[in-house]
Ligand binder design. Sequence first.
Ligand code: NDP
Length: 257
Amino acid sequence: MTKLLEGKTIVIMGVANERSIAWGVTKSLHNAGADLIFTNRQERSYKKLVNLLEKHEIEAKLIVSCDVASDESVQEAFGKIKDEVGTIHGLIHSVAFANREELQGEYADTSRDGFLLAQEISAYSLVAVTRAAKELMTEGGSIVTQTYLGSERVVPNYNVMGVAKASLEASVRYLAEDVGKYGIRVNAVSAGPIRTLSAKGVSGFNEKASIIEEKAPLRRSIDQDQVGDATLFFISDLSRGVTGEVLHVDSGFHIIG
Ligand code: NDP
């Protein structure tokens, strides 16, 4: 039987280690038969990624360095992908950053620089990579980003990142309209709290996770594999009629008042 993503090449941005949401996505897409290209920023993440791929016997088509804070770096990365691989069919954007000191206390205390940094890395980066990736999606494609409920509601300590996620989700809608005419879809998965390197930077993470187990309709926490499979749905043709959407993968927590 042909696998769901057989013959499809997908770029994955944001594997820092085994706990990364992007690693859960990697496993789902690999099991579905996709060819994978990775981008990362830090040397440390590169090494972790190479080890993980080896351990799980996954062969990357290409690994390129990409710092989304730099237009030059984004252009170089996608230029290299174009030269060495050519056409791509999907892109996973699983990248965010805010200063740790802004992920606690009052949102009103957010600095101008901290606000701009969170917006740049966590929201504008989707705009920049969509612009670069669409040139390589000559057969249509699907772009999926990762967001969080803090965009819709006040979640204690999430502060500046919640506002960046609101901007990210609005970008999903505007970008979906821009690239829809080229047969490209743009969607977001809104995952419940998952213990990752980035999540550790948000104060009170443990409380957020335990509330899900207590109050969410499914009464259980979220893991990277659940997000991976939901992302697989968006990347595959199973979701061919869906764009500009935010899908909650949070045990149903967002419906509880
Ligand atoms: P990770 O820390 O594992 O992943 C974050 C990734 O962002 C890292 O790979 C990091 O790369 C990358 N990154 C940061 N800055 C840059 C940059 N300037 N250029 C390129 N890459 C950069 O955490 P998660 O897996 O939790 O985070 C992935 C996404 O999921 C984020 O958007 C996050 O907000 C979102 N999310 C997370 C939830 C959670 O509870 N964990 C819940 C809902 C959404 P490097 O290590 O090389 O710096």
